[in-house]
Design a protein. Sequence first.
Length: 271
Amino acid sequence: MTAPHASRRLRALTLASLAAALGLGAPRVALADPGDGDGPEAPPVSAARSAESGAFLPFTLPASSASQRAYLTLQGGYDAARGGAVFDTAVQATIVGPLSLRGGAAYVGPAGTLRPSVALTVQALRQDRHGVDFSVYGGYQAQGFNTVPAAHLMLAVGRTVGRVSLLANVGYGYGPEEGEHYGAVHLAGLVRVFPSLHIGLDARARLDLERDGDEPENEPDWDLVAGPMVTWSVGHFAVSASGGLAAIKFRNSEVPTSVGAIAQLLLGSAF
């Protein structure tokens, strides 16, 4: 065999050996998933995850929208302090990134009307990156707490530690037509008893911040509601029951503060 032929045969054997080595090694070397750079993939959407973030609370708004692409709630019950039925429905869906659109309608009896509302929501902070969840809600209410159309702003902060989730909202509403404005504070705590069962407390307080003699008819001076709640989740659906005490005091009224029980049932879905 001549030297050139021997050299070509050696190169061929070398290339074949390298190819075989790479082929045998391939199963042992996993290529990185495109999402690995941002950590593990998020778990699938479920009502239980949304419940833990506070999506199915009766009063307090969640500080995170990362648990689902969209969710909806349908809630109704009776408020003895007001002496009438209460109803509330809401839908929130992610538009792009941290930006979501929220819309809904509410009714407060006994002589109320259906009150639509709309808001944009921006989740500015995430617990996995910043230590807390933080969202800003800004929008319009056809009838705010002062009974007149109002622009409203709500700040929501939350944190989950183990099985416990804590949430707080601070809000402000302004009725430009009559210069009415009000403040609101919502507080909630949730405990995950089982993956599908959450129990907790939810509370809301609102106060009229404008004081003059020209007040809208039936304008509340302040109201307060607080009590326990429980949520059971199955797949993409959840049922939540809440109750407690409600109190309300009206402006320009000789009627003393009205106090009574409140009970509500909520149906929700996350997807």
